[in-house]
Write a protein of this length. Structure first.
Length: 291
């Protein structure tokens, strides 16, 4: 089992520890009141689950999903302030609550910075890497090599296979030799240049990857029409280049979205409007000159 398997569970635990520690230290009077403790934790888990916050790609950097991070922090802030619609004790002023949330947001941001910094240093030491080979050589090889050569992404490029011999020190042999090499050298990712393989060779490589639990990435022909927003989908045995599926197109997305809409709307209605509307009514009544 790869050690990176534990990154997501550890990140969840650390985030919850940060949330609970800040709120316990700065708002002890309300932290244990009623169901606040459950509210703080469940709200964070629901928001991050709904936003697909934790699954990360190996090539992800600090700024990759920064907008998503800010979105989660903003939504959690709305939930945080909505909770105080139920609080009639007056333990903390609005300014103090805003300061508490600002400290919480800074702590979560600091952990994000620290996480990517530690991961960068760890990978620069040659740890947490994945062995990569390329089968076939065309004009895309140099471009994909630039990705592999970024040490912070954790790829270890072993070389390429192609039926055209080459004096390059990264040339590993004929394409038929790749199967044995992949098994003997613990290769994690196999990138395949579709332009250099026949239909039978491509099918054999796909079958080999499936049977040996290797991650196969197929790089289409260089037609200069592909963008990062596209992905390859399999229709029976036909690979089709399609636009990347959005989160709302997932099978479970409508159910999660509906549950989140109901949950968040209820929070706003009960936690915010329940006390804001009476206040507005009183202000409007006092301001009105009457009939």
């Amino acid at each position: 089992m790869k050690k990176s398997f534990f990154i997501i569970p550890i990140s969840i635990v650390i985030h919850l520890c940060i949330v609970n520690s800040v709120l316990y230290v700065l708002t002890p009077e309300t932290y244990f009141a009623s169901y606040n403790l459950l509210y703080y934790n469940i709200t964070w888990l629901l928001l991050t689950l709904g936003a697909n916050f934790y699954p990360t790609e190996r090539k992800e950097k600090f700024a990759t999903n920064l907008y998503q991070f800010l979105q989660v922090i903003t939504l959690y802030g709305l939930c945080f302030f909505a909770l105080y619609g139920f609080d009639t004790s007056g333990h903390y002023s609005l300014n103090y609550r805003a300061l508490v949330f600002l400290i919480l947001a800074l702590c979560l941001t600091w952990y994000r910075v620290l996480f990517y910094w530690v991961r960068l240093k760890y990978r620069m030491m040659g740890r947490n890497y994945r062995n990569v080979v390329v089968v076939g050589r065309d004009n895309n090889l140099k471009r994909i090599r630039k990705v592999f050569d970024q040490m912070e992404l954790g790829y270890r490029y072993m070389g390429y296979f192609d039926d055209r011999s080459s004096p390059s020190n990264t040339y590993l042999g004929k394409m038929n030799d790749s199967f044995k090499y992949i098994l003997e050298n613990d290769i994690d990712y196999v990138f395949c240049m579709a332009s250099r393989l026949s239909r039978a060779e491509l099918h054999a490589l796909i079958t080999f990857a499936d049977n040996n639990l290797k991650r196969l990435k197929i790089i289409p022909d260089n037609k200069e029409i592909f963008t990062r927003s596209m992905s390859i989908e399999l229709y029976d045995a036909v690979p089709v280049l399609a636009m990347r599926k959005s989160p709302l197109e997932m099978e479970y997305a409508p159910l999660i979205k509906r549950a989140f809409d109901i949950f968040f709307s209820s929070l706003v209605i009960v936690g915010l409007l329940s006390w804001l509307i009476p206040i507005l009514y009183v202000v409007m009544t006092l301001d009105s000159k009457g009939p």
